[in-house]
Design a binder for this molecule. Structure first.
Ligand code: BEZ
Length: 211
C-alpha cells in the first residue's frame, strides 16, 4: 500500500555500502531522506548520487541523514562507486542500500508496474525525528531530481515543525512566511514580535521567525 504523509516510515534491516543497518536505529534522532534509484550503472542515477554526495554537508547541517537505494546488490554498488567518483568528482559518502530482492522497494511502494515492473521509480521520502513521513516525491526514471528543491522543502518542513507558520509559493530560507490561521491577531503580536502584514484576514505575512 502507498505510504501517506503522517504514516510511520516502515522499519527494515538491509545491507548497504556501509554495512548492515536497521533503518530506525540508523536514523536515531535525526531527520532522514530515503531515495530510490532504478538501477546501477545508469546515467541519470550516476549524476544524482554524485550530486547528493557533493551536497552532503548541507544535509548534515540540517541534522538530516541521507540514504539511497537501488535494486542491485551491494557488490554491484561497490563496483559502481568508482564510476560515480570518476565521472561526478565526488565519491559516495552516504550508504546505498542493496535491494536486489525488492524488500525495501516493496515496503515503500517504489516499484510502479505501469512505469516499469522491475525497476524503482525515483522516490523521495523525508522522515522526521518522530519517524513519521513528512514528504513524498515521485519522479520517473528519465528525470533526475533537483537537490535545491529537496533542501528547500526540508527547510520548510523543519521551520513549520517548530513555528506556527506555513511557507508560500516559491519560498526559500530567509523569505517571509505565512502565519497559521489557528493563531489570532492578538497572539500573533506576541508570537511574532517582528510584526506582520495583513493582506487578508486569512493571509498574514511575517519575517521568518528563526532568522
Ligand atoms: C538512468 O538513471 O539514466 C535510468 C535508469 C533506468 C531507466 C532509465 C534511465
Amino acid at each position: 500500500m502507498a505510504i501517506r504523509l503522517g504514516d510511520v516510515a516502515p522499519d527494515f534491516t538491509a545491507d548497504t555500502t556501509e554495512g548492515p543497518i536497521s533503518f530506525h536505529q540508523w536514523l536515531g534522532d535525526s531527520w532522514g531522506i530515503l531515495f530510490s534509484h532504478p538501477k546501477d550503472f545508469t546515467p541519470v542515477c550516476t549524476t544524482e548520487l554524485g550530486g547528493f554526495a557533493a551536497r552532503k554537508a548541507e544535509f548534515d547541517a540540517r541534522n538530516t541523514k541521507i540514504i539511497g537505494l537501488s535494486v542491485d546488490d551491494v557488490t554491484s554498488h561497490d563496483k559502481w562507486k568508482g564510476d560515480i567518483a570518476e565521472t561526478q568528482g565526488t565519491a559516495l559518502n552516504f550508504p546505498l542500500i542493496g535491494d536486489e530482492k525488492h524488500v525495501v522497494a516493496d515496503l515503500y511502494d517504489m516499484i510502479h508496474p505501469n512505469a516499469n515492473d522491475t525497476l524503482t521509480v525515483r522516490s523521495v521520502f523525508i522522515i522526521g525525528p518522530d519517524k513519521k513521513v513528512k514528504l513524498t516525491l515521485t519522479y520517473p526514471a528519465s528525470t533526475g531530481r533537483n537537490i535545491d528543491e529537496i533542501l528547500r522543502v526540508l527547510d520548510s518542513l523543519q521551520l513549520t515543525a517548530n513555528y506556527t507558520v506555513a511557507t508560500p509559493v516559491n519560498w526559500k530560507d530567509g523569505d517571509d512566511v505565512i502565519i497559521a490561521n489557528s493563531v489570532s491577531d492578538e497572539d500573533a503580536k506576541v508570537k511574532f514580535p517582528k510584526g506582520f502584514r495583513k493582506l487578508k484576514d486569512y493571509l498574514r505575512l511575517t519575517p521568518q521567525p528563526n532568522k
